[in-house]
Design a protein around this ligand. Structure first.
Ligand code: APR
Length: 309
């Protein structure tokens, strides 16, 4: 039996760290792709040379040529630019849309049956670009945001209550932006909702820190954005698909009527298995939660409306 094959596009911080996690778990052979010559080859070689020490036999190579990605089971897209000084959010949107369109077209041609996991920001809009550029069905175009946002929420819950992160669960829905919706009623410690464990003002503080989680890391790093937690989150999605675990994870998927939303990529809980998004897990929202979700949806719709056609 041969190993699965995963392509990671973008050999920067998030891409290289994702490649490392996949290879070191022995989960799949990894092809690391970047537009910069030498960068993916160098990181690929370095990672391959770590294998004897770490103790895995996954093959890992870097390349600038999409022919090497042929037959991938999963393609993780992290390529893009970070926002530069003087660049507006809309400039970033247009630039990264161009990059994501180009890389997805090439990757999809070489791996027509692959499942795409999009990581490049602005995430929700980039998923739309990837869906169009690949022509894949919605089950095979997924965005990584909810796992990361929920992981941040879980970290803060565990720290606040002095409990193991392992016993925390959290759901964060909506767009991957300031309007994301941390669902505290469904966020639990050993099954007990945090709304029963913490006073409302502390719950609100944790929700706000979660929504601001990416910016908090950027403010500290100054020269880049988070990558350890994003890479771990992308890895969790890859693992659930390749091992057909059917994990229930919040992912960004194209809604077609679910959660009262039509034709838009938004974060919701889904069942992730060998076929990609196998089911959307529709949960009951209170009127307040649905209103917050609708606000988030409106923000995503506005951003998607600004995509260059
Ligand atoms: N094809 C392939 N790779 C590209 C292309 C392209 N057309 N354009 C840019 N890249 C590569 C860059 O050369 C760089 O190596 O994408 C990589 C991006 O890496 P970083 O700048 O280190 O960014 P990173 O921190 O990894 O974030 C990547 O993930 O979480 C999101 O917001 C983040 O959109 C960003 C993405």
């Amino acid at each position: 039996m041969s190993r699965n094959k995963v392509t990671v596009i973008g050999a920067g911080n998030v891409g290289a760290t994702t490649a490392q996690r996949i290879a070191e778990a022995g989960l799949a052979d990894v092809v690391l792709v970047d537009i910069v010559e030498g960068l993916p080859q160098g990181k690929g070689l370095d990672l391959a040379e770590a294998a004897p020490v770490v103790g895995h036999d996954a093959r890992i190579v870097g390349t600038n040529d999409y022919a090497d990605t042929a037959g991938s089971d999963i393609v993780v897209v992290t390529s893009g630019l970070a926002r530069q000084p003087g660049m507006s959010r809309d400039d970033l949107l247009a630039k990264n849309a161009g990059i994501v369109r180009a890389v997805v077209e090439q990757a999809a041609r070489h791996s027509p049956d692959a499942i795409l996991i999009i990581v490049t920001n602005p995430l929700d809009a980039m998923c739309h670009v990837a869906l169009q550029a690949s022509g894949f069905p919605r089950e095979r175009v997924l965005g990584m945001a909810g796992v990361l946002d929920s992981a941040r929420f879980r970290t803060f819950i565990a720290q606040e209550l002095g409990v193991s992160v392992e016993d925390t669960h959290a759901f964060v829905l909506g767009g991957h932006g300031d309007t994301m919706v941390p669902l505290s009623r469904y966020s639990t410690v050993a099954g007990v909702p945090i709304t029963e464990l913490l006073p409302p003002d502390r719950v609100k503080a944790l929700e706000e820190r979660t929504a601001n989680g990416g910016a908090e890391v950027i403010a500290l790093l100054k020269t880049g954005s988070a990558f350890y937690a994003p890479a771990a989150s992308a890895f969790e999605m890859v693992e659930s698909i390749l091992l057909d675990r059917k994990r229930v994870l919040p992912c960004t998927v194209l809604l077609q009527g679910e959660f009262k939303t039509e034709g838009l990529f938004v974060g919701v809980p889904v069942v992730l298995g060998a076929r990609g998004m196998e089911r959307i897990f529709e949960i009951e929202l209170t009127a307040d939660e649905q209103a917050a979700f609708d606000r988030s949806v409106a923000a995503v719709r506005e951003l998607v409306g600004k995509l260059p056609t």
